[in-house]
Design a protein around this ligand. Sequence first.
Ligand code: NAP
Length: 268
Amino acid sequence: MHNAALAGLAGTDVRYAAWRYHAFDIAPSDLPAALDRMGALGFRGINLTVPHKVLAMELVSRADREAADAGAVNTLLREGDGWFGTNTDGYGLSAGIREDLGIALAGSPVVILGAGGAARAAAAECLRAGCAELWIANRTRKRLESLLERITPLAKGIPVRALDPGRRPAGLAKGALVINATSAGLREGEPAPADLALFPGLAAVYDMIYNPPATRLLGQARELGIPGANGLGMLVHQGAKSLEIWTGVSAAETAPAMRAAAAKALGY
Ligand code: NAP
Protein backbone atom coordinates (compact mmCIF):
# COMPACT_ATOMS: atom_id res chain seq x y z
CA MET A 1 0.00 0.00 0.00
CA HIS A 2 2.95 2.34 0.60
CA ASN A 3 4.35 1.70 -2.87
CA ALA A 4 0.91 2.41 -4.40
CA ALA A 5 0.83 5.76 -2.57
CA LEU A 6 4.42 6.55 -3.63
CA ALA A 7 3.60 5.75 -7.26
CA GLY A 8 0.68 8.19 -7.03
CA LEU A 9 2.89 10.89 -5.50
CA ALA A 10 5.54 10.37 -8.19
CA GLY A 11 2.92 11.41 -10.77
CA THR A 12 3.06 15.00 -9.50
CA ASP A 13 6.46 15.12 -7.75
CA VAL A 14 9.31 13.38 -9.51
CA ARG A 15 11.34 13.07 -6.26
CA TYR A 16 9.11 10.17 -5.21
CA ALA A 17 9.83 8.15 -8.35
CA ALA A 18 12.94 6.75 -6.62
CA TRP A 19 11.23 6.06 -3.24
CA ARG A 20 10.46 2.43 -2.37
CA TYR A 21 8.99 0.66 0.66
CA HIS A 22 10.58 -2.76 1.31
CA ALA A 23 9.77 -5.55 3.79
CA PHE A 24 12.57 -7.18 5.78
CA ASP A 25 12.55 -10.13 8.14
CA ILE A 26 14.86 -9.25 11.01
CA ALA A 27 15.55 -11.40 14.06
CA PRO A 28 15.04 -9.46 17.31
CA SER A 29 18.71 -9.99 18.25
CA ASP A 30 19.76 -8.32 14.95
CA LEU A 31 17.58 -5.22 15.41
CA PRO A 32 20.29 -2.85 16.78
CA ALA A 33 22.68 -3.72 13.91
CA ALA A 34 19.86 -3.55 11.35
CA LEU A 35 18.83 -0.04 12.47
CA ASP A 36 22.45 1.17 12.24
CA ARG A 37 22.86 -0.40 8.81
CA MET A 38 19.61 1.03 7.46
CA GLY A 39 20.64 4.46 8.74
CA ALA A 40 24.01 4.15 7.00
CA LEU A 41 22.32 3.03 3.78
CA GLY A 42 20.21 6.20 3.71
CA PHE A 43 16.79 4.85 4.74
CA ARG A 44 14.47 7.79 5.47
CA GLY A 45 12.13 5.84 7.71
CA ILE A 46 11.14 2.44 9.05
CA ASN A 47 7.95 0.76 10.24
CA LEU A 48 8.31 -1.90 12.90
CA THR A 49 6.02 -4.70 13.91
CA VAL A 50 5.84 -7.12 16.84
CA PRO A 51 8.19 -7.72 18.73
CA HIS A 52 10.42 -4.93 17.37
CA LYS A 53 7.96 -2.20 18.34
CA VAL A 54 8.79 -2.56 22.02
CA LEU A 55 12.49 -3.47 21.61
CA ALA A 56 13.15 -0.35 19.51
CA MET A 57 12.03 1.93 22.38
CA GLU A 58 15.50 1.34 23.83
CA LEU A 59 17.26 1.98 20.50
CA VAL A 60 15.82 5.33 19.38
CA SER A 61 17.63 8.58 20.13
CA ARG A 62 14.30 10.33 20.83
CA ALA A 63 10.69 9.20 21.23
CA ASP A 64 7.53 11.35 21.43
CA ARG A 65 4.52 11.17 23.72
CA GLU A 66 2.53 8.84 21.43
CA ALA A 67 5.37 6.31 21.63
CA ALA A 68 5.88 6.73 25.38
CA ASP A 69 2.14 6.32 26.11
CA ALA A 70 1.90 3.23 23.90
CA GLY A 71 5.19 1.82 25.26
CA ALA A 72 6.15 1.06 21.66
CA VAL A 73 7.33 2.67 18.41
CA ASN A 74 5.93 1.60 15.05
CA THR A 75 7.48 4.43 13.01
CA LEU A 76 11.08 5.64 12.87
CA LEU A 77 12.39 8.75 11.10
CA ARG A 78 16.11 9.25 10.46
CA GLU A 79 17.39 12.21 12.46
CA GLY A 80 21.14 12.93 12.29
CA ASP A 81 22.96 9.76 13.34
CA GLY A 82 19.96 8.27 15.10
CA TRP A 83 16.28 7.48 14.84
CA PHE A 84 13.30 9.47 16.10
CA GLY A 85 10.53 7.10 17.20
CA THR A 86 6.79 7.65 17.24
CA ASN A 87 3.65 5.54 17.17
CA THR A 88 0.88 5.99 14.59
CA ASP A 89 -1.30 3.06 15.73
CA GLY A 90 -3.47 5.29 17.93
CA TYR A 91 -4.02 7.74 15.08
CA GLY A 92 -4.82 4.82 12.75
CA LEU A 93 -7.36 3.38 15.19
CA SER A 94 -9.11 6.69 15.70
CA ALA A 95 -9.18 7.47 11.97
CA GLY A 96 -10.32 3.94 11.05
CA ILE A 97 -13.19 4.02 13.56
CA ARG A 98 -14.27 7.47 12.41
CA GLU A 99 -14.15 6.51 8.73
CA ASP A 100 -15.80 3.08 8.93
CA LEU A 101 -18.22 3.52 11.84
CA GLY A 102 -18.75 7.30 11.95
CA ILE A 103 -17.84 7.30 15.66
CA ALA A 104 -15.49 9.69 17.47
CA LEU A 105 -13.60 8.24 20.45
CA ALA A 106 -14.10 11.57 22.25
CA GLY A 107 -17.15 11.24 24.50
CA SER A 108 -17.72 7.53 23.74
CA PRO A 109 -17.83 4.82 26.39
CA VAL A 110 -15.27 2.23 25.20
CA VAL A 111 -14.64 -1.43 26.00
CA ILE A 112 -11.24 -2.80 24.90
CA LEU A 113 -10.84 -6.58 24.63
CA GLY A 114 -7.20 -7.58 25.16
CA ALA A 115 -4.20 -6.38 27.14
CA GLY A 116 -1.26 -6.81 24.75
CA GLY A 117 0.62 -4.18 22.73
CA ALA A 118 -2.32 -3.22 20.50
CA ALA A 119 -4.64 -2.88 23.51
CA ARG A 120 -2.15 -0.59 25.23
CA ALA A 121 -1.89 1.68 22.17
CA ALA A 122 -5.71 1.65 21.88
CA ALA A 123 -6.20 2.47 25.57
CA ALA A 124 -3.71 5.34 25.37
CA GLU A 125 -5.51 6.72 22.29
CA CYS A 126 -8.98 6.44 23.87
CA LEU A 127 -7.78 8.32 26.96
CA ARG A 128 -5.91 10.93 24.92
CA ALA A 129 -9.02 11.47 22.75
CA GLY A 130 -11.20 11.91 25.86
CA CYS A 131 -13.44 8.83 25.84
CA ALA A 132 -16.28 8.95 28.40
CA GLU A 133 -15.21 5.78 30.24
CA LEU A 134 -12.83 2.92 29.49
CA TRP A 135 -13.34 -0.75 30.35
CA ILE A 136 -10.68 -3.35 29.62
CA ALA A 137 -11.20 -7.12 29.54
CA ASN A 138 -8.54 -9.79 29.11
CA ARG A 139 -8.34 -13.57 29.37
CA THR A 140 -5.24 -13.42 31.60
CA ARG A 141 -5.86 -11.34 34.70
CA LYS A 142 -2.19 -10.61 35.42
CA ARG A 143 -1.65 -9.03 32.01
CA LEU A 144 -4.82 -6.97 32.46
CA GLU A 145 -3.60 -5.66 35.80
CA SER A 146 -0.23 -4.75 34.34
CA LEU A 147 -1.94 -2.78 31.53
CA LEU A 148 -4.24 -0.99 33.98
CA GLU A 149 -1.23 0.04 36.06
CA ARG A 150 0.51 1.46 32.98
CA ILE A 151 -2.41 3.43 31.56
CA THR A 152 -4.05 4.73 34.76
CA PRO A 153 -1.62 7.70 34.89
CA LEU A 154 -2.98 8.76 31.47
CA ALA A 155 -6.64 8.71 32.59
CA LYS A 156 -6.83 12.28 33.98
CA GLY A 157 -10.22 11.73 35.60
CA ILE A 158 -11.68 9.35 32.98
CA PRO A 159 -12.99 6.22 34.77
CA VAL A 160 -10.91 3.13 33.85
CA ARG A 161 -12.30 -0.25 34.91
CA ALA A 162 -11.36 -3.91 34.66
CA LEU A 163 -13.92 -6.23 33.13
CA ASP A 164 -14.27 -10.01 33.30
CA PRO A 165 -14.79 -11.05 29.64
CA GLY A 166 -17.37 -13.68 30.67
CA ARG A 167 -19.50 -11.33 32.79
CA ARG A 168 -22.16 -8.68 32.13
CA PRO A 169 -20.45 -5.30 32.72
CA ALA A 170 -22.55 -3.79 35.54
CA GLY A 171 -22.56 -0.01 35.15
CA LEU A 172 -21.34 0.21 31.55
CA ALA A 173 -23.01 3.21 29.90
CA LYS A 174 -25.33 2.56 26.92
CA GLY A 175 -23.92 3.30 23.46
CA ALA A 176 -20.48 1.81 24.10
CA LEU A 177 -17.98 0.98 21.38
CA VAL A 178 -16.26 -2.43 21.70
CA ILE A 179 -12.72 -2.61 20.28
CA ASN A 180 -11.20 -6.05 19.79
CA ALA A 181 -7.44 -5.81 20.39
CA THR A 182 -6.97 -9.54 21.01
CA SER A 183 -5.59 -11.92 18.41
CA ALA A 184 -8.62 -14.21 18.89
CA GLY A 185 -10.07 -14.52 15.39
CA LEU A 186 -6.80 -14.30 13.46
CA ARG A 187 -7.25 -17.98 12.66
CA GLU A 188 -10.40 -18.66 10.65
CA GLY A 189 -13.25 -19.99 12.84
CA GLU A 190 -11.52 -19.17 16.16
CA PRO A 191 -14.03 -18.38 18.96
CA ALA A 192 -14.82 -14.74 19.74
CA PRO A 193 -13.02 -13.21 22.76
CA ALA A 194 -16.35 -12.03 24.30
CA ASP A 195 -20.10 -12.58 24.11
CA LEU A 196 -21.55 -9.33 22.77
CA ALA A 197 -25.03 -10.28 24.03
CA LEU A 198 -23.72 -9.50 27.54
CA PHE A 199 -23.17 -5.83 26.64
CA PRO A 200 -26.41 -3.83 26.62
CA GLY A 201 -27.10 -1.23 23.90
CA LEU A 202 -23.77 -1.28 22.09
CA ALA A 203 -23.15 1.44 19.51
CA ALA A 204 -20.65 -0.54 17.41
CA VAL A 205 -17.85 -3.10 17.31
CA TYR A 206 -14.41 -2.46 15.84
CA ASP A 207 -12.24 -5.53 15.31
CA MET A 208 -8.55 -4.71 14.74
CA ILE A 209 -8.21 -7.98 12.81
CA TYR A 210 -8.47 -7.45 9.03
CA ASN A 211 -7.33 -10.87 7.79
CA PRO A 212 -9.67 -12.78 7.76
CA PRO A 213 -11.99 -9.87 6.93
CA ALA A 214 -14.81 -11.14 9.18
CA THR A 215 -14.19 -12.71 12.59
CA ARG A 216 -16.70 -14.53 14.80
CA LEU A 217 -16.96 -11.36 16.87
CA LEU A 218 -18.06 -9.37 13.81
CA GLY A 219 -20.45 -12.24 12.99
CA GLN A 220 -22.03 -11.87 16.46
CA ALA A 221 -22.34 -8.11 15.93
CA ARG A 222 -24.12 -8.67 12.61
CA GLU A 223 -26.55 -11.16 14.19
CA LEU A 224 -27.32 -8.70 16.98
CA GLY A 225 -27.81 -5.82 14.53
CA ILE A 226 -24.80 -3.90 15.84
CA PRO A 227 -22.69 -1.98 13.28
CA GLY A 228 -19.21 -3.49 12.89
CA ALA A 229 -15.97 -2.90 11.01
CA ASN A 230 -12.68 -4.72 10.68
CA GLY A 231 -9.17 -3.30 11.18
CA LEU A 232 -8.32 -2.51 7.57
CA GLY A 233 -8.94 1.20 8.12
CA MET A 234 -6.59 1.19 11.13
CA LEU A 235 -3.90 -0.53 9.08
CA VAL A 236 -4.29 1.99 6.26
CA HIS A 237 -4.40 5.11 8.41
CA GLN A 238 -1.43 4.17 10.61
CA GLY A 239 0.49 3.56 7.37
CA ALA A 240 -0.64 6.83 5.79
CA LYS A 241 0.42 8.71 8.94
CA SER A 242 3.88 7.07 8.79
CA LEU A 243 4.20 8.13 5.16
CA GLU A 244 3.22 11.67 6.18
CA ILE A 245 6.03 11.69 8.74
CA TRP A 246 8.57 10.65 6.08
CA THR A 247 7.30 12.77 3.17
CA GLY A 248 5.37 15.69 4.66
CA VAL A 249 2.37 14.76 2.44
CA SER A 250 -0.83 14.64 4.50
CA ALA A 251 -2.15 11.20 5.47
CA ALA A 252 -5.61 12.21 4.21
CA GLU A 253 -4.17 12.62 0.72
CA THR A 254 -2.49 9.20 0.44
CA ALA A 255 -4.96 7.07 2.47
CA PRO A 256 -7.44 6.36 -0.38
CA ALA A 257 -4.74 4.89 -2.69
CA MET A 258 -3.31 2.91 0.23
CA ARG A 259 -6.73 1.52 1.13
CA ALA A 260 -7.44 0.45 -2.44
CA ALA A 261 -4.03 -1.29 -2.69
CA ALA A 262 -4.39 -3.03 0.70
CA ALA A 263 -7.93 -4.21 -0.06
CA LYS A 264 -6.77 -5.59 -3.43
CA ALA A 265 -3.76 -7.36 -1.89
CA LEU A 266 -5.98 -8.94 0.78
CA GLY A 267 -8.50 -10.10 -1.82
CA TYR A 268 -11.42 -8.10 -0.33
P1 NAP B 1 -0.22 -9.42 21.72
O1 NAP B 1 0.60 -8.36 22.39
O2 NAP B 1 0.35 -10.77 21.50
O3 NAP B 1 -1.59 -9.57 22.60
C1 NAP B 1 -2.53 -10.56 22.25
C2 NAP B 1 -3.80 -10.37 23.09
O4 NAP B 1 -4.78 -11.28 22.60
C3 NAP B 1 -3.63 -10.67 24.57
O5 NAP B 1 -4.46 -9.80 25.30
C4 NAP B 1 -4.13 -12.12 24.65
O6 NAP B 1 -4.65 -12.45 25.93
C5 NAP B 1 -5.28 -12.06 23.69
N1 NAP B 1 -5.66 -13.38 23.17
C6 NAP B 1 -4.94 -14.19 22.35
N2 NAP B 1 -5.63 -15.30 22.05
C7 NAP B 1 -6.81 -15.20 22.70
C8 NAP B 1 -7.97 -16.03 22.78
N3 NAP B 1 -8.04 -17.20 22.12
N4 NAP B 1 -9.02 -15.61 23.54
C9 NAP B 1 -8.97 -14.43 24.18
N5 NAP B 1 -7.91 -13.59 24.16
C10 NAP B 1 -6.84 -13.98 23.41
O7 NAP B 1 -0.72 -8.93 20.28
P2 NAP B 1 -0.96 -7.42 19.78
O8 NAP B 1 0.24 -6.91 19.12
O9 NAP B 1 -1.55 -6.64 20.91
O10 NAP B 1 -2.05 -7.64 18.62
C11 NAP B 1 -3.39 -8.01 18.94
C12 NAP B 1 -4.24 -8.02 17.68
O11 NAP B 1 -4.36 -6.70 17.12
C13 NAP B 1 -3.68 -8.91 16.57
O12 NAP B 1 -4.75 -9.61 16.00
C14 NAP B 1 -3.11 -7.93 15.57
O13 NAP B 1 -3.14 -8.44 14.25
C15 NAP B 1 -4.10 -6.77 15.72
N6 NAP B 1 -3.51 -5.47 15.30
C16 NAP B 1 -4.08 -4.85 14.21
C17 NAP B 1 -3.57 -3.64 13.79
C18 NAP B 1 -4.19 -2.96 12.60
O14 NAP B 1 -3.55 -2.08 12.02
N7 NAP B 1 -5.41 -3.28 12.23
C19 NAP B 1 -2.50 -3.04 14.46
C20 NAP B 1 -1.96 -3.71 15.58
C21 NAP B 1 -2.48 -4.92 15.98
P3 NAP B 1 -3.72 -13.12 27.08
O15 NAP B 1 -3.04 -11.98 27.76
O16 NAP B 1 -4.70 -13.84 27.90
O17 NAP B 1 -2.76 -14.04 26.35
